[in-house]
Design a protein around this ligand. Structure first.
Ligand SMILES: Cc1cc2nc3c(=O)[nH]c(=O)nc-3n(C[C@H](O)[C@H](O)[C@H](O)COP(=O)(O)O)c2cc1C
Length: 390
């Protein structure tokens, strides 16, 4: 059974944390409640302690620190807008935020607040940042709120939170001991010392995959091509700004158990980049572009039968999907994750994606969802493929 630290913050929904504790204790888990001072304005610490059959962690309970740091899972339910902001900024001004900073396992959070607080750009930016770092967010749901209004912001129901916790605990450890390499971002191919040919990939999809693989217990190496977003904790990062850097580093790691090629690697680079900066003049600057080596194909040639090799392909429409299906045999990859870049609501440089998972067994559509949820679907498929090898 798992050791779960349950952070409880200061909103009306704090009373629902009692039901979360009851469900988790009933399922046999050890629960250590960590209410904020705000939470204790709503529910007394004694109630949490009695239900959890464990002392709550307060500033004075230093003895609980080692237990907090060795938790299998950190859950925060309800999560206020205030504590969400503290987490997003890495503050450590109470036991809960200290614990969150020191915790390198999975985190599940259930935000609860009124609709205006939830819709505020600050809250939306914070929740997006937490998701990018691999925090799993459950809810909020739409419904009647404490103040009598109806809207988005209601905490997910305790039963749903408990069921997501079980999913997370099952997934945690499922890639234990495996080496996973993820490529992310978009390469920049220099045309002189300051200019480049690049693409719009933000690296968010690769970061979500790295966070999810780490959450499942893998040793994760991220080959990052100009990724500006935050890298999830516990992931080793190697900067690979150009296709040549990425090729070199990927081939050095071609023996990994799983390779997920989510980076948009430049297909062309300048045949003869200018030394130094080309000064501006009135002449046309003709740049000859030459194809870059095909990294997926090289990895496909070196791979072992036990490895799972995953390529990402962005193209336009159904014809693009057909072309990508050809990669299974043509490049010897096991899974192609196809996304249609003809649409501007998914894919490049936006938080959501919608993909088709293409394997020898057929196609599966993963409907539009945040990239963290797409990463879960991709890694579930990777695990299915690994299972088939055993
Ligand atoms: C009656 C009442 C209800 C509140 N409900 C919420 C809520 O549902 N969500 C929220 O984000 N903040 C809510 N707040 C505001 C938080 O309590 C406040 O931001 C506090 O600083 C949160 O601290 P904590 O996150 O450390 O617990 C509420 C405040 C009051 C007085």
């Amino acid at each position: 059974m798992a050791r779960i630290v349950l952070g409880i913050t200061g909103g009306i929904a704090a009373y629902k944390a009692c039901e979360v504790i009851r469900l988790l204790v009933g399922a046999g888990h050890e629960v250590i409640p960590v209410p904020t001072r705000g939470a204790e304005r709503f529910v007394a610490a004694e109630t949490f302690a009695a239900l959890a059959r464990s002392p709550v962690a307060h500033a004075g309970t230093a003895g609980l620190y080692p237990h907090l740091q060795r938790a299998d899972l950190l859950v925060i339910a309800p999560l206020t807008a205030h504590t969400m902001a503290r987490l997003a900024h890495g503050l450590a001004d109470d036991i809960l935020t200290e614990t969150a900073l020191a915790h390198d396992g999975p985190i599940l959070a259930a935000p609860a607040m009124n609709t205006r607080m939830w819709n505020h750009p600050a809250t939306q930016a914070n929740v997006a940042l937490l998701r990018e770092r691999g925090v799993e967010i459950v809810g909020p749901a739409s419904g009647e709120l404490a103040e009598g209004e109806v809207g988005m912001g209601r905490m997910a129901e305790p039963a749903e939170i408990a069921s997501r916790i079980e999913d997370l605990l099952r997934a945690a450890g499922s890639l234990d001991g495996l080496d996973v390499v993820v490529t992310a971002g978009g390469t920049r191919e220099p045309i002189d010392s300051i200019r480049f040919v690049g693409n719009r990939s933000s690296g968010r999809m690769g970061l979500a995959l790295a966070a999810e693989a780490r959450r499942r217990g893998a040793r994760v190496t991220l080959l990052a091509a100009n990724v500006t977003a935050a890298v999830p904790p516990g992931v080793t990062v190697i900067e690979t700004p150009t296709a040549a850097d990425l090729e070199r580093e990927a081939l050095q790691r071609s023996g990994a158990d799983v390779i997920l090629m989510a980076a948009a690697v430049g297909d062309y680079r300048a045949a003869a980049p200018v030394d130094g900066k080309r000064a501006k003049d009135d002449d046309v600057w003709q740049i000859a572009l030459t194809p870059t080596p095909d990294i997926a194909r090289q990895l496909g040639m070196r791979r072992t039968a036990a490895q799972v090799l995953v390529a990402f392909g962005a193209e336009h429409g159904a014809a693009g999907l057909e072309r990508k299906r050809g990669m299974l045999v043509g490049k010897n990859v096991d899974l192609v994750v196809y996304n249609d870049v003809g649409r501007d609501d998914i894919g490049f440089d936006v938080p959501d994606n919608e993909v088709t998972l293409v394997t020898a067994d057929g196609d599966t559509l993963v409907p539009r969802a945040p990239k963290a949820a797409i990463a879960v679907a991709v890694l579930d498929e990777v695990e299915r493929l690994l299972e088939g090898r055993r």
